[in-house]
Write a protein that binds this ligand. Sequence first.
Ligand code: HEM
Length: 373
Amino acid sequence: PYDWYKKMRKNSPVSFDPERNCWDIFCYEDVQMVLQNYKQFSSKRNGSVSTLLDLDPPTHRRYRNIVSQAFTPRAIQELAPRIQALTHELLASLQGKSKIDIVADIAYPLPVIVISEMLGVPSQHRDIFKKWSNIFVSGTRTLSPNVMNKLFAKQGKAILDLQTYFQQIIAKRRFDPKNDIVSTLITAEVDGEKLSIEELLSFCFLLLVAGIETTTNLITNTMLTLFGHPDILKQLYRDNSLIPAAIEEALRYRSPVHSMNRFVTEDMNLKGMELKKGQEVMAWIGSANRDENVFDNPDVFDINRSPNNYLSFGTGVHFCLGSQLAKLEAKICITEMLKALPDMKLDTTKKLSMIPSAFVYGFKELPVSVGLE
Ligand code: HEM
């Protein structure tokens, strides 16, 4: 999409698509403004489930203040040993293989297990949980109406199943709190107010859709970019302390989320264009991250880039709650992969296929040979 973004930034940075009744916004300053200006660009959507993502202040603030108690830097850092153990487990199960798929073997299962454990899902239920997450992730926008309808029907059923399941977990934790996020969320309060059961359920659901595929794609996109820059990969093999910098730059260079939408709340003018109340606005994060007015040589992958103010986790009141967790998972996962698999090479005989979505940016598989014959 990067060539298209470049063309749009130059020729039509605020562009209307009558078919979708939607404005597409491509420049960094405008994307940033749209995401931050919640008064003129609302997040209220009419989805099947309403979550934190779909609220505007002041309602958003109350809900977010409560759930953010479960995502403090300390709470996230405490997960590190567990994430490391899970990564070891996944890597150990690959022993003896000469070819692996980074997506299916590591980058997808890791965040699934991390989130399921945070939510108190016992390990024997991981597979059902994985099935639910499969049903929700990506791909919906560009599929045919027929496929979409089938998917929505499936999602409707999965949402009900998931709610029933989490209702049981929540009921158990009320009497017998454990050291997991569900227990924290049940007891967390702001000004004496706690989350309602509906809010608790919608938050469990949000973690499933917001926290899994995005992290999978961060790991995959970083690795793919490193395979395309063998000198940097070599450097990282020698010096693991450079891995976080590579992840930071991969977040900008191949952002796991490429667009977020908003809705215009009042008629307004943007760069000479008349935006009308009720119209949708698509803020193209993937394009903002390559804006030549903000980043020198934006198409160069430079792990020493500083400053690197990418918009991949959004900005403003909805700034990603899971950014630290995602970076921690990616850091541990990539560090352990480089240690365990000393000679990873991308299998160039297969053409990589992208996830069909305008919203997430990632690849369905990343086949590599690992030289462990
Ligand atoms: C919000 C990206 C991982 C939980 C967001 C937003 C973006 C984003 C762009 C802002 C949406 C908006 O402005 O409307 C990413 C990326 C990730 C990632 C690129 C991985 C690389 C995670 C993880 C979790 C998570 C691991 C949780 C475990 C959330 C939540 C919100 C959010 C709860 C909503 C916050 C709010 O509305 O106040 N994320 N995310 N994300 N993300 Fe993430």
